[in-house]
Design a protein around this ligand. Structure first.
Ligand code: ADP
Ligand code: ZN
Ligand code: MG
Length: 492
């Protein structure tokens, strides 16, 4: 093992970081995986359950066709091979959130095998293929609610039986940043396919992170530890960093890594140990006797393939290439399809540079949405009004500042920007004579402006223009003001 000297003078060893992820994603089907109960988030506690998802004796599951279709769609998007024959398996364990005491998952014959997730690194200048082992189908468990005031744990089975796919990667990831980008790419892709809403805050996308270290260049993988159920991109990032440091500490001190299972504790900002690692054998997997082997028609796979839209990485590259949008902005746009859709329509419709359109969407539009805590589709913004507003600014009919006021209104109701301008007296004054009168008044009430300017303090002009804007109630054209003010000072 090669030893290198760190800045602090301490001896440290060089390691390769090896990470593999198991990502669980809830599918946004109307009903659950093996019964007809509604698949919705946040319904009244224990109102969306039946004998089947509660595991009553004598009930039988049936497979949700739409869930299989969504899983195939995801598999195709990631270049997996779709197994024409696939079967379900029981994963047996007892936990209060699992009323059947087993989860119907897949083991030996998963639906999708192979494939890869391509991630963009280094501001989009590099790509990396993270290989997948498989994508299989399974069902979610219920939700335990630990109520400290009651001193009780409550259980809500609404989530029990919600369809999930589990995307299992090969151990190809090498850093916290790669993990974060990998998760973002999966989320953007699945949202783009319309198979999941991937709302991490609602738990519809979670991941288990497996991490090990090995001496740099070694062929043999080290012992891995697993962090279960990480529910946010930043959580995943921090959990990985913490775990790499913990393992480094142990190895550098000459210790050995024990294979343990942890969970990320947001409040402690650290991983906490849950248990020693369980193995596949512990679950006593066996083929599900209540469900037949599922045979999938090749024509059906072809049909699903045709429904796959342009995927995020391709979209991102196109935004950069066709519209000159910088990587960071393009990345933000592809991670929100509604914003991206508005961007593309407005760019085609409005006489306004694409990067300005992107700036408005990622700047003021996003700010207003955040302030109201709503999504774009919940606002009244439409492409027609938004385009007109941008053109009015381009044509100098309103200032940028007035544009923000117009934007607030057209996001609130479907009203023509011209009407907003009329109503609020926002039209920009470009008439030189009118502006000159205002500038003259500013200069006579603030004689220090001319004095300072003549002493060489030319940046006083900014203040002067500010005063002119104020006096014109924001309606004066600042570019013309600037010219007029300096002309007036020069002429004394
Ligand atoms: P389990 O059955 O415990 O979930 P798997 O063999 O299915 O284990 O692997 C789960 C995940 O762990 C996969 O994403 C895989 O890439 C990853 N993995 C396996 N071995 C290692 C290792 N030594 N270091 C890091 N990740 C690993
Ligand atoms: Zn049910
Ligand atoms: Mg695992």
């Amino acid at each position: 093992m090669r030893k290198i000297l760190y800045k602090g003078g301490e001896l440290d060893l060089e390691y390769d970081v090896v990470i593999g992820l198991e990502v669980h994603v809830e599918l946004s089907t109307k009903t659950k995986m093996y019964c007809g109960c509604k698949n919705i988030f946040g319904g009244r506690v224990n109102s969306n359950c039946c004998e089947i998802c509660l595991g009553m004796p004598g009930t039988l599951p049936t497979v949700n066709k739409k869930a299989v279709e969504y899983a195939i769609k995801a598999g195709l998007a990631f270049g997996c091979t779709i197994n024409k024959k696939t079967s379900f398996a029981r994963k047996n364990y007892f936990y209060p959130d699992l009323p059947k005491s087993y989860q119907i998952s897949q083991a030996n014959f998963p639906l999708c095998v192979g494939g890869f997730v391509e991630i963009l690194l280094d501001e989009g200048r590099k790509t990396k293929k993270v290989n997948l082992r498989q994508i299989h189908m399974e069902e979610d468990a219920g939700k335990l609610i630990h109520d400290e005031s009651l001193g009780l744990t409550l259980v809500d089975y609404n989530r029990a039986g919600v369809p999930l796919i589990e995307i299992v990667s090969m151990p190809d990831l090498e850093s916290a940043q790669e993990v974060k980008t990998y998760l973002e790419t999966i989320r953007n892709t699945l949202m783009c396919l319309g198979v999941s809403d991937c709302r991490m805050q609602e738990g519809s996308m979670r991941c288990d992170v497996n991490i090990s270290l090995k001496p740099k260049g070694s062929e043999v993988l080290g012992t891995r530890c697993e962090i279960k159920n990480v529910g946010s991109f930043n959580g995943a990032f921090k959990a990985v960093e913490c775990e790499i440091n913990r393992q480094k500490g142990i190895l550098n001190a000459g210790g050995q890594i024990e294979q343990i299972t942890m969970r990320w504790d947001e409040s402690k900002n650290d991983n906490v140990i849950m248990r020693e690692k369980e193995s596949a054998d512990d679950y006593r997997y066996f083929e599900e006797p209540d469900l037949p082997i599922l045979e999938i028609d090749g024509a059906e796979i072809e049909r699903i393939k045709k429904t796959i839209p342009e995927l995020p990485n391709a979209k991102l590259a196109r935004l950069m290439q066709d519209y000159g949008i910088v990587y960071a902005d393009a990345n933000l746009l592809v991670s929100n399809l509604d914003k991206c859709g508005v961007f593309e329509s407005v760019v085609k419709l409005a006489k306004c540079a694409p990067n300005k359109v992107a700036n408005w969407i990622l700047g003021d539009v996003s700010r207003i949405l955040n302030e109201k805590n709503i999504e774009l589709k919940d606002s009244k913004l439409n492409v027609r009004n938004f385009s007109q507003m941008l053109e009015l600014i381009e044509e100098g009919k309103i200032s940028n500042t007035a544009g923000k006021t117009v934007l607030e209104e057209i996001m609130e109701e479907d009203i023509a920007p011209l009407e907003v301008i009329e109503k609020n007296g926002l039209a920009q004054i470009n008439d030189e004579e009118a502006l000159k009168a205002i500038a003259a008044e500013v200069l006579s009430t603030n004689p220090q402006i001319s004095e300072l300017y003549n002493k060489g303090k030319t940046n006083i002009l900014g203040f002067a223009v500010g005063q002119c804007m104020k006096l014109s109630k924001g309606q004066g054209n600042p570019v013309i003001f600037q010219k007029i003010v300096s002309d007036l000072i020069m002429r004394g």
